[in-house]
Design a protein around this ligand. Structure first.
Ligand SMILES: C[S@@+](CC[C@H](N)C(=O)[O-])C[C@H]1O[C@@H](n2cnc3c(N)ncnc32)[C@H](O)[C@@H]1O
Length: 350
């Protein structure tokens, strides 16, 4: 269990998250001023939550995050004070890329990777070869992997990591009283390894692995992971055919994956995750809020796929998650909204 925070830690958390929010929110506003009218205020549809509503939900997330740290669910964020030169460099790369992103947005072009690669015999499914969020190279370049986390933080005004950390609350409850050093956790579509980094800090003895279809994101995750006994193992592979034995994992997680999958692939991945879980194992599913979770935010969920290239998002927010995972053989435990995301927990009977 991570050490309890001192009064000084609390102060450091509050100051660093305030600085983080201030920075990312100001860069979000700056980015909005630079992009095409589709993203400007005048085009925002009726009934959208106000900035005040959104910020109050974000601050609630930060309060919950600190309360979770105080309750011992996980450690203080490791990068509360990032090096300013690194932040400025990534910020420069983000803004350099923004004009290309905006060009794609105006042209409504989100499949240039597919068009670029269709003659090649690449081992990727068609749905993967897209510029999700209109981002350059989709998930298939080192440049994309280097700025992805920063792009997501700008989108969520600094709240993305805190949303991911909410999955560690049911995780710590599950691990209580178990032999952690014998337990295995697999993060599916691990991206650059953010969730596994927080998990490792909270549970250094847990055996961690991450898998992602993007070799570039996996390379970035490997570069970032600290070496040592508890360093996660990172693999390149498809969530539709996980290279793990049946009933080999105590915990399986996935963060921000399902809204990027076509409905029939969601069903395949849900079954794969259930297959590799041990009886009694836990599935931690983190993704966007869904329609009706916070009714005041519903118009925002409708607007998001118009503003960003998210071809499967509208069907995701309308999906019956419990039915999806029950069909895969899991039973529902809980749903906990966190700002614009939701942590859903399922268990494999046994
Ligand atoms: C929105 S990102 C989320 C990444 C990470 N989980 C996070 O917390 O930021 C979606 C990720 O899913 C990966 N992905 C998409 N389809 C996949 C598939 N079929 N198998 C494995 N990874 C996949 C992408 O490469 C990308 O890293």
């Amino acid at each position: 269990m991570p050490r309890p925070p001192t009064g000084l830690d609390r102060l450091a958390y509050t100051a660093s998250q305030a600085a983080r929010f201030g920075w990312f929110y100001s860069q979000y506003r700056r980015a909005q001023r630079r992009v095409s009218p589709a993203m400007r205020k005048a085009d925002v549809p009726e009934g959208m939550p106000t900035t005040r509503d959104l910020l109050s939900a974000l601050f609630e997330l930060f309060r919950t995050d600190l309360a979770n740290i105080e309750a011992g669910h996980y450690a203080m964020p490791p990068d509360m004070w990032p090096r300013p030169d690194r932040v400025l460099r990534t910020n420069r790369d983000f803004f350099r890329d923004l004009s290309a992103v905006d060009r794609r947005r105006r042209a409504q072009s989100g499949d240039e990777i597919f068009r670029r690669t269709r003659d090649d015999d690449l081992p990727y499914p068609r749905y993967f070869l897209q510029n999700f969020h209109f981002q350059s190279d989709g998930y298939l370049s080192d440049e994309s992997a280097a700025i992805y986390d920063y792009q997501v933080e700008i989108l969520f005004s600094g709240g993305a990591d805190a949303m991911r950390r909410q999955a560690l609350v049911p995780l710590s409850a599950y691990l209580r009283g178990r032999s952690v050093s014998q337990a295995r956790m697999l993060d599916v579509a691990c991206g650059t390894g953010r969730l596994l980094g927080f998990t490792r800090d909270a549970h250094p003895l847990l055996r961690l692995a991450g898998i992602d279809l993007s070799p570039n994101y996996v390379a970035q995750a490997r570069r970032r992971a600290l070496r040592g006994l508890s360093a996660p193992a990172f693999l390149v592979g498809n969530a539709e055919t996980l290279p793990f034995a049946d009933e080999s994992q105590d915990i399986v997680s996935n963060v921000f994956l399902f809204h990027e999958l076509p409905p029939k692939v969601r069903r395949i991945v849900a079954r794969e995750m259930a297959r590799v879980l041990k009886p009694g194992g836990l599935l931690l599913h983190v993704d966007s809020l869904q329609t009706g979770d916070r009714p005041a935010f519903d118009p925002l969920l409708g607007f998001f796929p118009q503003a960003y290239h998210e071809p499967y998002y509208a069907s995701y927010v309308a999906t019956d998650l419990d039915a999806l995972f029950e069909d895969a053989g899991l039973t529902v435990r809980s749903h906990t909204p966190a700002f614009l995301s939701k942590v859903s927990v399922y268990a494999k009977p046994g």
